[in-house]
Design a protein around this ligand. Structure first.
Ligand code: DOR
Ligand code: ZN
Length: 430
């Protein structure tokens, strides 16, 4: 099956061109390409062609909480959001701490076929923080696990983290840290600051994140290892990342769309939809995160898509589960916070949502240039469109979006995975 994309601008630059996709690859690029009657034509006049997005941080909840998301519904949300690869976090039930689970997730993702679902392996058995998993067995299994994280929990024991970095370095895989010193966040539900104090919510201090970022940068330095920081959320983390990178430490970091757009002033209503880990910080933190993403101190955007059931979110703030949906709204939030204010161009969007995450995790078939002979993992975006978010209309099995009723810029009009159209005009193509 071939696909002809008509009238698109690569990276939103230059003259419109036609892009012919055949056998899973970009076969031709040029003005006025022709196609036979069996070719699927996508009219993309005025639209932007980008490499398919790669999400290093997704919670798909399968196995164990299929009432909130499945690999199928999460894959549909990903394809609709413009993603061609997602990394599914290990905090499932059972935990993805052995090849039995990681290979199952990988195979189920292949069966669904909407997006490459790469399982993340746990760093410690059962996410308990005490015993390293058999990373090599997961790395060498069918899923070829290349990223390990206890996300949801921090690998807080410094000796365990040190050994994890050493072990991962030998295997050539990435450790991604959920930076949260647990002794500083006992009972915490909101960013520690004036808002939480006024609302009577227990605070999660910035230092809980920053102390782990600093420690892990030093551990990575001494181990000659790479470390990736999940969901950076404070201006202090930005300063530490800048410091560590300037020392030549192999540290990378992601920021979520919600930490770019939202801040703790949203907590006024005590609506559990705004509870997330790390918590929404202050406007000055969001500002620092935007600047860091623009400057390259933060390498990429990752969604931390975290579906939760209605009864787990529509309850008292302090018992609401932390987490928010993110896959279908990620691009629009990045456009709102970064492209509209002129902090990023469309080419930069390709860098922070596709090329950099692919590079960080070592995917060779994603985040590729938009050139003939490259794999056709592609996202087509209408930069002029806008849409109003409705949680119940999202493909996810859960509806916990903090953007409900917000009108956001830009829509993903189509996504292609190895040349197959996986989403089109707001519908996933199962
Ligand atoms: O808000 C969050 N939700 N942060 C995490 O680290 C885990 C995630 C989840 O699994 O729901
Ligand atoms: Zn996390």
């Amino acid at each position: 099956m071939s696909v002809l994309i008509r009238g698109v601008r690569r990276y939103g630059e230059g003259e419109p061109v036609d892009v012919l996709v055949e056998d899973g690859q970009i076969a031709a690029i040029g003005p006025g390409l022709t196609a036979d009657e069996r070719t699927d034509v996508l009219d993309a006049a005025g639209q932007v062609l980008l490499p398919g997005f790669v999400d290093l941080h997704t919670h798909l909840r399968e196995p164990g909480r299929e009432d909130t998301e499945t690999i199928e519904t999460g894959s549909a949300a990903a394809a609709l959001g413009g993603f061609t690869a997602v990394f599914a976090m290990a905090n499932t039930t059972p935990v993805a701490d052995s090849p039995v689970v990681t290979d199952h997730v990988w195979q189920r993702g292949r069966q669904v076929g909407l997006v490459d679902v790469h399982p993340v392996g746990a760093v410690t058995v059962g996410l308990a923080g005490t015993q390293l998993t058999e990373m090599a067995m997961m790395a060498n299994g069918a899923a070829k696990v290349r990223m390990f994280s206890d996300d949801g929990k921090c690998v807080h024991d410094p000796l365990i983290m040190r050994r994890a970095l050493e072990y991962a370095t030998g295997l050539g895989v990435l450790v991604a840290q959920h930076a949260e010193e647990p002794r500083l966040t006992v009972g915490a539900v909101a960013h520690e600051g004036p808002t939480a104090a006024r609302l009577g919510l227990a605070g999660w201090p910035r230092a809980a994140e920053e102390s782990i970022v600093a420690r892990d940068a030093l551990l990575a330095r001494d181990a000659g290892a790479r470390v990736h920081i999940c969901h950076a959320s404070t201006r202090g983390t930005v300063e530490l990342l800048g410091w560590a990178k300037a020392q030549g430490i192999a540290i990378t970091a992601e920021v979520t769309p919600h930490h770019l757009l939202l801040d703790d002033s949203r907590l006024q209503t005590y609506d559990g939809v705004n509870r997330v880990n790390p918590p929404l910080r202050e406007a000055s933190d969001a500002q620092a995160l935007r600047q860091a993403l623009a400057d390259g101190v933060i390498d990429c955007v990752a969604t931390d898509h975290a579906p939760h059931a209605e009864h787990e979110k529509c309850c008292e703030f302090s018992v609401a589960r932390p987490g928010m949906l993110g896959l279908q709204t990620a691009l629009s939030v990045v456009v709102e916070t970064m492209v509209v204010p002129g902090l990023l161009t469309w080419r930069d969007v390709a860098r922070v949502m596709s090329e950099n995450p692919a590079r960080i995790v070592g995917l060779t078939d994603q985040g590729r240039p938009l050139e003939v002979g490259e794999p056709a993992n592609l996202t087509i975006v209408d930069p002029e469109a806008s849409w109003t978010v409705d949680g119940s209309a999202l493909a996810s099995r859960s509806a916990n979006t903090p953007y409900a009723s917000m009108t956001l810029p830009a829509t993903v009009t189509a996504t292609l995975l190895r040349g197959r159209v996986t989403a089109r005009d707001g519908r996933a193509q199962l």
